[in-house]
Structures are given as structure tokens and as C-alpha cells.
Design a protein around this ligand. Sequence first.
Ligand SMILES: *Cc1c(COP(=O)(O)O)cnc(C)c1O
Length: 226
Amino acid sequence: MISPSKRINEIKQTLPDGVRLVAVSKYHPASMIQEAYDGGQRIFGESHVQELVAKYEVLPKDIEWHFIGHLQTNKVKYIAPFVSLIHAVDSEHLIKEIDKQAKRCGRTIPILLEVHVAKEETKYGFTPDELLAFMESGAWQQYTNVSFNGLMCMATNTDPLLPPPFGESLIASEFEQVRELFSTLSSKLPSFSIKSWGMSNDYPIAVAHGSNMVRIGSLIFGERVY
Ligand SMILES: *Cc1c(COP(=O)(O)O)cnc(C)c1O
């Protein structure tokens, strides 16, 4: 039997102070989340709206739920009342909807903007140029019920042990690109503080390249059964 709380403690010992751990619990049962919770973990990440809502309803109310997957605009309303942070915000259309639903709930929803840097076509997100243009236009200021808290990205899915130009050198260069973008944007936006990058296979590289929030699933809960 896997003990998520034991794994979490082992991972936490490898993380420098100031790096927060999101335990990615998607596809794993509420009982495993409860075990991790009982060991002290409070931040959990989910990537499907229905699954998140179902878990929110049965688990302790002081859990900080992060939505980390691709979010469809028509589903924002289901998580708006309680979500603590939305990581992968990838269009202005989505920002607008989050703002609207946050207003209806009488709250401000913290979000991260997703940056597309990976070599894969399938990854979502703003390109660095789109993001610079959006932030420099000041258009973001009209969304008064959204708090722009930082950036999120996913590196190319490559085995870190492969030699350059793949592997660790590719992953590191992608994280470094987002780190630079973060530093440009944060000089103008005081609310920018979160750098969400790093998963089970690449989080040590992410931390070495500026991450202060890692999203780790399989290393904590085991392989997912879809
Ligand atoms: C599933 C997922 C993770 C966790 O992946 P692992 O490889 O299991 O650590 C992190 N971030 C996002 C956006 C995910 O969808």
C-alpha cells in the first residue's frame, strides 16, 4: 500500500524553503487524499471539474483546491465558489468568464497565466509574446475580480536523462524562458508571486530554475488508472 503522506514528507525534505507542493490527486480516490490530509497536506490539485466538485463535497473544507487542468469556460461556474487557485488560464475569453463568475460569488479568484513553451503542439497556453502584449496593453486591469498571481507552464515531456538537445537541457531552457518572462512581468505587477512549474519527472530541474510551486502527482499517489 502506498502512503501518500509518507511520500509527501520525503518530497518535502528535498524542496527548499519557500517552494510549495501541490499534491496532484486527479484519478485517485478521496480516501487517499484524506490520508495525505491527515498527514498535514492541505493543497491538492485536480484537473477535471466534475471530479473536483465531487471531492470538494466529501473532503474537509479547509483544503486549498487548485484547478490545474485545461478549464472550459462553460464549467467555471461549478468551481468558482470554492477554488483557491486556477493554474492553467490560457485565453482572455477564459479570464473574462472567471471574472464574471467570481463577481457572482462575491469573491476574487487568484489565477496563473499558462505559458506555452513546450515543443509539443498539444500544450495549451499563451506564447510569451502574446502574454507580454496582453499585460502591456493594460487590458487585464478591467478584470477586477481576478487576481493575476503568476505564471504556470509545462515543459516538453522528455526523459531528463536524454542527451542534448533533448532531456534535461531542453526542460531547463524552457523553464528558464518562463522565469525570465516572470521577472519582466512581476516588475510591473505587484500581485505576481507564484511560479508554478515542475511535475514528478522534472521538479528538481524546475526548482533549480526558479519554480516556487511544484505540482506532483504520480510520485505521491502512484500511477493513475484512467
Ligand atoms: C497531472 C498533472 C500534473 C502531475 O503530473 P505527475 O507527472 O503525475 O506528477 C502536474 N501538472 C498538470 C497540469 C497535470 O495535469
